[in-house]
Design a protein around this ligand. Structure first.
Ligand code: IMP
Length: 421
C-alpha cells in the first residue's frame, strides 16, 4: 500500500500520535497536511515522552517528516521543536512546503482578542493564531513560507498587511504598538534563514516519491467534529480535518490514497466550547478524565469527557471513507461496572440516527444508549482473544454498528500496548 491517511473521527485527542508512530515504522514519509501548533501529539517510547505540535510524529523513527501546504506554520514553534529533538540526539529529516502559510504574531494577538470579545460565546480556541492565519490565507493576504526566504517580498507584504492588523487590534481595544514592521521583517527573515534548507515544493516531492513506489503516511490533526465544514460549526477549528483535507493539504490526488484509518477513542472527549451530546458531568466523567489523563497537550485545559458516541463516528466514517478502525484507550474503561455507547439521539420524541448539521438541534437532543457489562482489566492483554468477554462484545458492537473492521486496539500509551485484531 503506497499512501495511507490517519484521521481522528471525534473531537481530536483520539491518540493519533501513537497510531501514526506505530504505522510509520513501515513508511518513508510522514506528512502533516492541515492545522498548526494547535495540535498536540504525544508519543511515549520507553521512559521518554515526545510532544509535538508541528513536527510529524514519524520523525522520531528517522522518517522524512513533511509539513505540507495545508498546514499553518509558526516558525518559532517549529524551530523550537527541531532544537529540542537535536538535544535528544535526533536530527529530524524535514521538508516544509513553500506554499504553507505562516502564523504571525498578529494572528496570535487577534486570536486572543476575538475570544475576549466573544466572552461567554467564545470558541475556546488554543490561541495559537490558527483561525486568523487561515482567514488571511483565504483572503489572499497571507505570508507563505516561501516569502520568508526573500526579505524584500516579506517587507512588501508586511508593509501592506500590518496597518490593517494594527487597526483591527485597536478596534478590539488592544495595544497596536506591539506590532512593528521592522521587527517582524528582522525576526521572520531570520526564521526563514534557519529553515531555508528544509523549504521545498513538497507537492512535487511527494508525487515523485509515490511514482517511485515509496510509502507515505498522511497524519491528520484534530478530528472530524472540528472540521470547519462538517464539524459542530462555529465550534470548530479553521481547517478541513476530514480525509479530503489530506488531498487539498498535500497536493496528493484522492485517487492515490489507498487506505484511510479512522482513530476512535473508546469514549469521547472535547476541549473548548460547543455541544458534546454524551458529556458526563458525574463521577464517571471524572473517572475518564483522571484515568485517561484528559488534559490538553497544547493548553493543559481539562478535556470534557463522555460515553462513546457512534452517531458521531458513523458520520465520520461516511465523510472520510474510513476503511479500518484503530480503537484507543480501551484500558481507561477498565473497572467500570457498566459501559454505554450512544447509538442515536432523541429530539423532541423523534429518533435521529444521522448527525445533525444544525448545532441548535444537537444542543437539544438526548443520547440513546446501548448498555454493556464492564470488565476488570485489559492492561496486560496481548491479543484480541485474551480480552475479557465484555470488552470483546464492546469492540464487536462498534464494528457491527459502523460496518468497518477494527484493526488495532490500544490498551496503554506505550508502543507495545497495541493489539492487532
Ligand atoms: P483553534 O484550532 O485553536 O482555533 O481552536 C478551535 C477549537 O478546536 C477549540 O475548541 C480547540 O479546543 C479545538 N482544538 C484545536 N486543536 C485541537 C487538538 O489538537 N485537539 C483537540 N481540540 C483541538
Amino acid at each position: 500500500m503506497a499512501v495511507k491517511a490517519v484521521i481522528g473521527t471525534q473531537w481530536g485527542d483520539e491518540g493519533k500520535g501513537k497510531i501514526v508512530d506505530f504505522l510509520s515504522k513501515d513508511v518513508d514519509y510522514v506528512v502533516r497536511f492541515q492545522g498548526g501548533s494547535n495540535a498536540g501529539h504525544t508519543i511515549k517510547i520507553g521512559n521518554q515522552t515526545f510532544k509535538f505540535h508541528l513536527l510529524p510524529s514519524g520523525v522520531i523513527r528517522g522518517k522524512i517528516g513533511v509539513i505540507a501546504n495545508g498546514v499553518v506554520v509558526d516558525p518559532e514553534v517549529l524551530i523550537g521543536e527541531v532544537e529540542k529533538l537535536k538535544e535528544k540526539g535526533i536530527e529530524p529529516k524535514l521538508m516544509i512546503s513553500d506554499r504553507a502559510n505562516v502564523v504571525m504574531p498578529y494572528h496570535k494577538l487577534l486570536d486572543g482578542a476575538e475570544e475576549t470579545y466573544l466572552g461567554k460565546k467564545k470558541i475556546g480556541t488554543t490561541r495559537r493564531g490558527i483561525g486568523p492565519c487561515y482567514s488571511d490565507k483565504v483572503a489572499r493576504r497571507g505570508i507563505r513560507v516561501g516569502d520568508l526566504l526573500d526579505r524584500s517580498v516579506l517587507r512588501e507584504k508586511l508593509e501592506m498587511i500590518v496597518p490593517i492588523k494594527k487597526n483591527l487590534l485597536k478596534i478590539y481595544g488592544m495595544e497596536e504598538s506591539r506590532i512593528d514592521v521592522e521587527d517582524l521583517i528582522d525576526r521572520y527573515s531570520d526564521y526563514g534563514n534557519k529553515i531555508r534548507a528544509f523549504v521545498k515544493d513538497t507537492t512535487l516531492e511527494l508525487n515523485r516519491a509515490i511514482k517511485e513506489g515509496k510509502e507515505i503516511l498522511l497524519e491528520g490533526a484534530q478530528g472530524v467534529m472540528l472540521d470547519v465544514d462538517f464539524g459542530t460549526y462555529p465550534f470548530t477549528t479553521s481547517s478541513n480535518t476530514i480525509s479530503g483535507g489530506a488531498c487539498t493539504g498535500s497536493g496528493i490526488s484522492p485517487k492515490l490514497i489507498n487506505e484511510i484509518i479512522g482513530v476512535v477513542k473508546a469514549y469521547t472527549t472535547r476541549v473548548g466550547s460547543g455541544p458534546l451530546p454524551t458529556e458526563l458531568k458525574d463521577e464517571i466523567g471524572k473517572h475518564l478524565q483522571e484515568k485517561g489523563g484528559e488534559f490538553g497537550t497544547t493548553t493543559g485545559r481539562a478535556r470534557r469527557c463522555g460515553w462513546l458516541d457512534l452517531v458521531v463516528v458513523k458520520y465520520a466514517c461516511m465523510i472520510c471513507g474510513i476503511d479500518k478502525i484503530a480503537i484507543t484507550k480501551l484500558d481507561v474503561l477498565d473497572g467500570l461496572k457498566k459501559v454505554k455507547i450512544c447509538v442515536g439521539y432523541d429530539y423532541n420524541g423523534e429518533t435521529i440516527e444521522n448527525f445533525p448539521s444544525d448545532i441548535r438541534v444537537l444542543e437539544n437532543i438526548k443520547p440513546i444508549y446501548e448498555e454493556f457489562d464492564g470488565w476488570e482489566s485489559t492492561k496486560n492483554v496481548k491479543s484480541f482473544e485474551e480480552l475479557p468477554k465484555s470488552a470483546k462484545d464492546y469492540i464487536r458492537f462498534i464494528e457491527d454498528f459502523l460496518n468497518v473492521p477494527v484493526e488495532m486496539i490500544s490498551v496503554g500509551a506505550e508502543r507495545e500496548k497495541t493489539i492487532f485484531v
